[in-house]
Write a protein that binds this ligand. Structure first.
Ligand code: SF4
Length: 217
């Protein structure tokens, strides 16, 4: 049996496979589903986490009695679509089943889904970091990528998050989107820096097989 030592720290990742629309470059294992499925999905994740300590014990494969969960990441998909009470419930199931000393609890959020009410509920639940899918500050690029938000939404959402007390925000940008030029890229980077980000992730556009952009070529 694998044994983790006393200082072992664990990170947990929760995948939320729901999106509002399918971006033109993306063929991730996510989709546009009825919001009726959100609550049952939360229930299923809650159940799995609640049962995991027992399953680990019974599996005789790994023992994690003293390991501490310090990092949690909710990615997607678009986890910010879920009811904040459901997200809080999932975090509570981690606290109940594992030793937790949360240092970084991140929620991926799309700008148009961020409201003052949701941001306040996320803070209350224990989230202390937001990873925002900005991708571009150019509306024509966002439109071509099939994103639901526009650049104004990014400014508005950032203000909401800062006002709510989030002092750790990560911003994603994508290089190589349709319609992007050197100048528009420079402008997006300048706008991004004006947000005073704590962290930035820059991705090269990857056109997934069978995504809408792939099918066009
Ligand atoms: S890029 Fe993200 S938001 Fe867009 S469809 Fe893929 S998983 Fe959903």
């Amino acid at each position: 049996m694998l044994k983790f030592d006393l200082t072992m720290r664990l990170g947990m990742y929760v995948q939320v496979p729901f999106c509002q629309t399918k971006c033109t470059y993306c063929n991730f294992h996510t989709g546009v589903f009825s919001s009726d499925l959100y609550a049952p999905y939360v229930d299923a994740v809650w159940r799995e986490i609640a049962e995991y300590p027992r399953l680990l014990r019974e599996s005789q494969i790994v023992e994690v009695p003293d390991a501490v969960v310090d990092t949690v990441y909710f990615g997607g998909g678009t986890p910010s679509l879920l009811d904040p009470a459901g997200l809080a419930r999932i975090l509570d199931s981690m606290r109940a089943g594992f030793q937790c000393k949360f240092e970084e609890v991140t929620l991926e959020a799309d700008p148009e889904t961020i409201t003052p009410e949701k941001a306040a509920a996320w803070r209350k639940a224990g989230f202390n970091r937001i990873s925002m899918g900005v991708q571009s500050f150019q509306d024509n690029e966002l439109k071509a990528a099939g994103r639901m938000h526009r650049s104004d939404d990014v400014f508005r959402a950032t203000q909401v998050l800062r006002k709510t007390g989030f002092d750790n925000i990560s911003f994603d940008l994508i290089a190589g989107l349709p319609h992007q030029t050197h100048d528009s890229w420079d402008e997006s980077v300048a706008q991004l820096l004006s947000m005073r980000p704590e962290h930035v992730s820059i991705y090269l556009v990857e056109i997934d097989e069978s995504s809408r952009l792939d099918l066009k070529f």
